[in-house]
Design a protein around this ligand. Structure first.
Ligand code: AHG
Ligand code: MN
Ligand code: MN
Length: 342
């Protein structure tokens, strides 16, 4: 069997009517940008890519977070690659306060692209895995000038979602609503090759991922759920759980797509003004679509992530995603707590 490239996979999906020619070409452009980011990430200490952006003074993004050089480089690579293709109306990103319409010099398409150009930035300087996360939405019909408001669509309307993991190998994991498929970058050929079609997340698991250092700040039902995991065979769950935390959502979700597990970034009291750490539009939504398309589940502890109606581009949300049974169990703790409180 000859290797199936991303290009061939997408052309076959187009023949099946699963993807329009425009969306197919848009996804090819995103994949090409990810290859360039992979090259930049791979230079490490030999390129001018490590450390903080903005020189001595540093540079802060709209989230109030210090930008790394690779955050800025990756954002620019994605913007530049996507400007001229003619498939997009606008881009939005973690690293930009507002969306950027496609420059007037280029034709405008009917899709919106929103991305986290470099996820897991704290891993850059320690040479650990990082990634890119993206989500494609339809631009509402008849939109003359694209604004942030046009991006505020529930995650279930996404037409495509994916991530690229820059790990020991570079992998693109993609869904267009017909399963979740994984491609590995063949560095000699320069192309993504289909290495796992139709990923399926095991429904049950004995592995969880959460930043335990925040434990004392969690709300009661999150405390109770994790306490029962930690109690292992002696507790109500009757089995031992293992724990992993890469601090790059892309890498943690990739592990879960590969061997199951539950990933949790819950609401916590550290900064009560923030309803979670992760961002709905370019972290939670695309990951939730990928996970659901692989048979898993994704909630904010109460409701399905993909049903949340967004109210702002950089909105934050608690995230519980992965193996279906485990996400349902965790969600149950929160719903029962709410029921008891009422
Ligand atoms: P980003 O680098 O895009 O800001 O995202 C980092 C996110 C996510 O990838 C990861 O799961 C989480 O932050 C790690 O948070 P802690 O440092 O609190 O563990
Ligand atoms: Mn991120
Ligand atoms: Mn980021």
């Amino acid at each position: 069997m000859p290797a199936i490239s991303l290009t061939r996979h997408l052309i076959e999906e187009q023949r099946l009517g699963h993807v329009t020619p425009d969306l197919r070409l848009l996804l090819e452009v995103v994949a090409r940008a990810c290859k360039r980011i992979s090259v930049a990430v791979g230079k490490g200490a030999l390129g001018d890519v490590l450390g903080e952006a903005g020189g001595e003074a540093g540079s802060i993004n709209v989230q109030g977070e210090a930008q790394k050089k690779l955050d800025v480089i990756s954002n620019e690579i994605l913007l530049e690659a996507n400007a001229w293709g003619g498939h997009l109306a606008a881009c939005a990103s973690e690293e930009m306060a507002h969306c950027e319409p496609i420059p007037d010099a280029f034709p405008r398409g009917n899709y919106l692209l929103v991305f986290d150009p470099l996820d897991g930035s704290s891993n850059i300087d320690i040479n650990a895995s990082v990634g890119t996360i993206f989500s494609v939405l339809r631009c509402p019909e008849g939109t003359a000038a694209v604004e942030d408001a046009h991006f505020l669509q529930a995650g279930r309307t996404q037409v495509a979602a994916g991530y690229c993991l820059y790990g020991p190998s570079t992998m693109l994991v993609l869904t267009i609503g017909h399963g979740t498929h994984a491609f590995t970058l063949d560095r000699e050929q320069g192309s993504f090759v289909l290495t796992r079609a139709h990923l399926r997340i095991p429904e049950t698991t004995r592995e969880f991922a959460i930043n335990m250092s925040n434990q004392r700040h969690w709300e009661a039902p999150t405390q109770a759920y994790v306490a029962d995991l930690l109690a292992g065979t002696d507790g109500p769950r009757g089995k031992d759980f293992n724990m992993r935390w890469v601090a790059a959502m892309v890498a943690d979700v990739h592990r879960i797509l590969t061997r199951g597990g539950i990933f949790i970034y819950p609401w916590d009291r550290k900064d009560p003004s923030k309803p979670g750490k992760l961002r709905l539009m370019y972290e939670a939504n695309p990951m939730a679509m990928l996970v659901e398309q692989a048979g898993g589940a994704a909630t904010n502890g109460r409701t399905r992530i993909l049903d949340i109606e967004p109210d702002s581009l950089h909105q934050r949300v608690p995230v519980f995603l992965g193996s279906r049974d485990e996400v349902e169990t965790a969600t149950g703790y929160h719903l029962r707590h709410d029921g008891d409180a009422a």
